[in-house]
Design a protein around this ligand. Structure first.
Ligand SMILES: CC(C)(COP(=O)(O)OP(=O)(O)OC[C@H]1O[C@@H](n2cnc3c(N)ncnc32)[C@H](O)[C@@H]1OP(=O)(O)O)[C@@H](O)C(=O)NCCC(=O)NCCS
Length: 156
């Protein structure tokens, strides 16, 4: 059973030890890079299985200021990943599924969340699609690693 928690110092050591494979680095970067580049408006979260941190993501509260496709007041999901040792166990899908009730409770003033996912990242695309996001049928072309699908989940 997975649980979503806001990041805090008690999770720092475990979070910093999380990794993705070399081939997946272009999609999220290292945890160190994520931590260094995430502004205050990107709220870091951990995915827990029991007491173990297995993944990470950030909720971007000013996503609409940086992405034209994002309507005002919508959230953005960024830097979502599951540690490579724990991938393929269903944690990705259950984290995304748990996101909707979590956002309804912790970010109730927002009614939707967007993300972009690289067109060359079918595992992540399918994970999002199977867990509540829909493809809005438009591409974001500003990413460093090539075109990205834009996906949306209504949370209200
Ligand atoms: C995308 C990611 C979060 C999925 O997490 P996960 O825990 O491995 O995913 P799950 O076990 O819940 O599987 C979810 C779906 O993803 C797909 N999937 C997972 N691993 C896969 C693999 N190795 N190859 C192809 N598809 C895969 C499957 O469709 C699966 O659904 P199914 O089991 O019903 O067929 C994980 O692979 C990851 O962290 N990738 C690197 C970082 C990344 O790309 N993040 C997304 C940035 S937008």
């Amino acid at each position: 059973m997975i649980k979503i928690e806001k990041f805090s110092e008690e999770y720092a050591e475990q979070a910093l030890a999380l990794k993705v494979s070399d081939e997946q680095l272009k999609f999220v970067g290292t945890v160190q890079e994520i931590f260094e580049n995430m502004p205050e408006t990107g709220h870091k979260h951990v995915v827990l299985v029991g007491d173990e941190v297995v993944g990470l993501f950030a909720i971007d509260t000013v996503y609409s200021e940086n992405y034209d496709f994002c309507s005002k007041g919508a959230l953005g999901l960024r830097a979502f990943f599951i540690d490579s040792r724990h991938q393929g166990k269903g944690y990705g899908k259950s984290s995304v599924a748990a996101l909707k009730p979590y956002l309804q409770q912790a970010y109730s003033q927002y009614s939707k969340i967007y993300l972009t996912v690289n067109c060359k990242n079918p595992s992540a695309y399918r994970c999002y699609l199977k867990s509540g996001f829909t493809d809005i049928d438009d591409l974001y072309l500003g990413g460093a690693a090539g075109p990205q699908y834009i996906m949306l989940m209504e949370t209200a």
